[in-house]
Write a protein that binds this ligand. Structure first.
Ligand code: PNS
Length: 161
């Protein structure tokens, strides 16, 4: 039986921490879908289309990785895609409480779905999309923390503001 995993999130924007988790997931599972939540935040920096375009560019050469969007309940999307594993990254203990709630609620909603937590490489344990946006918008350097396409799109976004 082949295992189809879903890595859901806002990805506003995708960071090297996400890329690291996706690469680990692609080694572990037959296929991994990066499922970008539509309208995750009230005011996301990047539109859904922009987030998809950046993620697709990053993973264009990786056959096992698919980029998709979803709205509504994650478990409903998983059922539609016939996926049975949710991948989530755990960076620090502070992530745990929210992730624990998410995993157990998803299990309650659909007991056939398992959540698998993966740790990113140490150098990415402190980064988040929120911090990247804040640092970049205030003029800080994010080189090495996001893919090149994301850095370029951040530059464009900030210059037209
Ligand atoms: O990157 P994020 O913002 O931490 O991702 C959170 C996400 C998208 C995984 C979560 O908010 C989600 O699954 N939302 C979809 C709606 C849903 O299913 N909610 C109940 C989850 S228990």
């Amino acid at each position: 039986m082949s295992t189809l995993a879903v890595y859901p999130g806002s990805f506003d924007p995708v960071t090297n921490g996400h890329v690291d988790i996706i690469a680990r997931g692609a080694r572990l599972f037959d296929r991994i879908i990066v499922a970008i939540l539509i309208n995750a935040e009230k005011a996301p920096l990047f539109t859904t289309d922009e987030r998809v375009e950046m993620a697709r560019t990053v993973f264009q050469d990786q056959q096992k990785v698919e980029i998709d969007t979803f709205d509504g309940l994650l478990v409903d999307y998983m059922e539609r895609r016939q996926a049975n594993v949710i991948v989530r990254g755990l960076r620090a203990v502070s992530d745990f409480e929210f992730e624990f709630q998410l995993a157990l609620m998803n299990r309650r909603l659909n007991s056939n779905i398992e959540t698998v937590f993966m740790m990113p490489a140490e150098q990415y344990t402190y980064i988040s999309s929120r911090l990247i946006k804040e640092v970049f918008t205030l003029g800080g350097r994010v080189h090495g923390l996001v893919p090149e396409i994301v850095e370029a799109r951040l530059r464009e976004k900030v210059s037209i503001r």
